[in-house]
Design a protein around this ligand. Structure first.
Ligand code: CAA
Length: 262
């Protein structure tokens, strides 16, 4: 499907090199049904494969980044269909994207919405953001990484409290505890800020950018010694790039580097 065929998301390019994906099911507070997620995966993959794109910004509406997986879609599911269709399994495709994804979160980021934000590489939030894993109130638990990624970000005690009580986490708390990189002050525009971050990233050598994402992500998956080995090997490999010669050469010559992504 081309971008014009999407029913649940909008795709645009606010700046050169930046793809902006906007979740667009306003009446359902961007509840994440499987059609929406299939479209999101497709749009992200398309951007990932487009040499003209350096980074992706993902956002929702003022009221909701996303209020979770679509409860109405899940209500009548039974175990055998959930298991056989590997329900929510396809959400992880988003984490295979190699280019940086910056989440711009306003309003509710609950359940799958919080999990979606945590699948992104950087989270910026406006002061209205409300994070949480309220699945416990529905008789279930987080199913798209909430119990794992939240715990890595917040530690055990606070994650347990959130997952067991279902209470929300304000933008200020999320910032204080390291779930997000920062809150955009009131009056600021979180999407514009996220696009600025994407533009900044776009000025770097993109091989190094993708290697950096790979290295940081390794820290979430590997024991320290293995992670350090991955990092060092990627670091060494970058000496085979023109961008390394350009970046270090430009420094030595006291000029700005002109990276060519080679
Ligand atoms: N799924 C389906 N529809 C949803 C939804 C969801 N997760 N969240 C909101 N909606 C719908 C509402 O049903 C409502 O639709 P109707 O107008 O047709 O009734 C519409 O969006 C507006 O919602 P509200 O009227 O409830 O808006 P509000 O401002 O009063 O409340 C809210 C906002 C507190 C976010 C509330 O909507 C809410 O609690 N939503 C559910 C949050 C939730 O439990 N998320 C976790 C889902 S489970 C999950 O995500 C599993 C996983 O790990 C992947």
């Amino acid at each position: 499907s081309s971008s014009s065929n999407y029913k649940n998301i909008l795709v645009s390019s606010p700046e050169k090199g930046v793809t902006l994906i906007t979740l667009n099911r306003p009446k359902a507070l961007n509840a994440l049904n499987s059609e929406l997620f299939t479209e999101l995966n497709h749009a992200a993959k398309t951007a990932d494969e487009d040499a003209g794109v350096n980074a992706i910004v993902l956002t929702g509406s003022e009221k909701a980044f996303a209020a979770g997986a679509d409860i109405k879609e899940m209500l009548s599911k039974d175990f055998s269909t959930a298991y056989k269709s590997n329900f929510l399994g396809h959400w992880t495709e988003l984490t295979q994207v190699r280019k940086p994804i910056i989440a711009a979160v306003s309003g509710h980021a609950l359940g799958g919405g919080c999990e979606l934000a945590m699948m992104c590489d950087v989270i910026l939030a406006s002061s209205t953001a409300n994070f949480g894993q309220p699945e416990i109130n529905l008789g279930v638990i987080p199913g798209a990484g909430g119990s794992q990624r939240l715990t890595k970000a917040l530690g055990k005690s606070l994650s347990m409290e959130l997952v067991l009580t279902g209470r929300g986490l304000s933008a200020a708390e999320a910032e204080k505890h390291g779930l997000i990189s920062r809150v955009v002050p009131e009056g600021g525009d979180v999407v514009a800020e996220a696009v600025k971050v994407a533009v900044q990233i776009g000025k770097k050598g993109q091989i190094a950018v993708q290697a950096a994402k790979e290295a940081v992500n390794a820290s979430f998956e590997l024991p320290l010694a293995e992670g350090l080995r991955v990092e060092r090997r990627l670091f060494q490999a970058l000496f085979a790039t023109k961008d390394q010669k350009e970046g270090m050469g430009a420094f030595a010559e006291k000029r700005k580097p002109a990276f060519t992504n080679e």
